[in-house]
Ligand binder design. Structure first.
Ligand code: SF4
Length: 383
């Protein structure tokens, strides 16, 4: 298959769903750890096509959601400094910190600019040599190469007013933490974009230590259903392994150039994840050679202890122990236009996906199959 429409072919989707439903015997739970997968699952109404023996659970796949509140508080503190410009991805602006958001700070005179890449942030630094530009670098192995390339470029050009506040994270420690925490799943739907960079071997320890299958999936309905089918087969044979369903983008060795750039610029450190606390060697910080670009070192900002909203269960949702509809704020106080937690801010957040496709958007568009199975419609009617 070559074109997106082919991966959304209704007939094929229904066929593979039927195959899944016919082979599954025991109840099985699979977790996706990619915000793109979370969106795809609800956008295409996949749960409604599957027998209720299959449960799909969202994990820590949304980069904005897993970024700890302490990081947001640090950005807010930095934004109050004189002569500083904060350059950030759009979603982060609306994520509540302990007391306020970057969006609020922006309307009270802090210079906070939304960018689509770290290279744009570097461009802002070039054009404002008298100002200090801090780029909010978040995301998994997918975005880390661009941040790393930007640091290399800044270094090569001798730019001395550009800084990175890194909250880049790597996925496997969180996948392990979920199992160590006692969440019972029967396999992981592994992230396609992350794996395009890392390759498939990063999941081998999950297979060997926890005897859990890991299938790297694409993002279209056929991709995801095929990946679920592969996980079911592995469970039936009791042969967990790493498999690549998303072969059109992922190779076992990954993107060697991107990995080399990450390794040149970053090293691992313990990092804080929303809902998980500190996970060992789960984050990326600048190596000594590039420390002069590190905003944490350059500005030595200290923030007060973070204050979580007691009503928000975002952390538990990210750990797979609750789902958005367990939250009493869901869809009443907390909505995309008035988000209480990060999981409702980001397009890739589980709460936003549930809200958008499970509750609000009852009518799927033409190619957004499969219409007759859209579970959201049913759930929304119950509500
Ligand atoms: S619905 Fe809102 S308040 Fe509830 S967990 Fe999700 S983001 Fe937090």
């Amino acid at each position: 298959m070559e074109y997106i429409d082919e991966f959304r072919d209704k007939k094929l989707v229904l066929q593979i769903a039927e195959s899944i439903n016919s082979i599954v015997e025991d109840k099985l739970t699979f977790m996706e750890v990619c915000g793109g997968h979370t969106m795809a699952i609800y956008r295409f109404g996949l749960p409604s096509l599957l027998t209720n023996k299959i449960k799909l659970l969202s994990g820590p796949g949304c980069p904005v959601c897993v970024t700890g509140k302490g990081y947001i508080d640090k950005l807010i503190a930095l934004s109050k400094l004189n002569n500083v410009i904060i350059a950030t991805f759009g979603d982060l602006v609306r994520v509540p910190g302990s007391t306020t958001t970057l969006a609020d700070k922006r309307s009270s005179n802090s210079d906070i600019r939304v960018v689509y890449s770290s290279l744009k942030a570097l461009e802002i630094a070039r054009s404002n040599p008298e100002r200090k530009v801090i780029f909010a670098g978040i995301g998994f192995e997918t975005t880390a190469p661009t941040s790393a390339a930007t640091i290399l470029e800044a270094d090569a050009e001798g730019i001395n007013n550009f800084y990175l506040l890194s909250s880049h994270k790597v996925m496997p420690p969180a996948m392990s933490a979920i199992i160590d925490d006692g969440v019972e799943i029967n396999g992981y739907l592994c992230p396609g974009h992350v794996s395009a960079i890392t390759g498939s071997r990063i999941y081998e320890p999950i297979v060997s230590k926890y005897k859990l299958g890991c299938v790297i999936s694409g993002f279209e309905p056929l991709d995801m259903l095929q990946s679920i089918y592969m996980l079911i087969k592995q469970n039936k044979k009791n042969e967990p392994r790493v498999e690549i369903q998303y072969k059109r983008a992922v190779r076992p060795e990954g993107n060697l150039k991107a990995k080399q750039i990450i390794n040149e610029v970053f090293e691992y450190r313990d990092d804080n994840w929303r809902g998980f606390g500190t996970l060992k060697l789960s984050g990326l910080t600048l190596r000594k050679k590039y420390k002069r670009f590190d905003a944490e070192k350059a500005f030595n900002i200290k923030v007060e202890k973070t204050v979580e909203n007691p009503g928000c269960i975002c952390g538990q949702i990210l750990r797979g122990v609750k789902n958005p509809k367990d939250c009493r704020l869901f869809a009443n106080i907390c909505k995309p236009e008035t988000p209480v937690g990060a999981c409702m801010v980001s397009n890739e957040g589980a709460c936003a996906a549930h809200y958008k496709y499970n509750l609000v958007n009852l009518t799927l568009k033409g190619s957004d199959i499969p219409a007759q199975g859209n579970a959201l419609g049913q759930d929304a009617r119950k509500i």
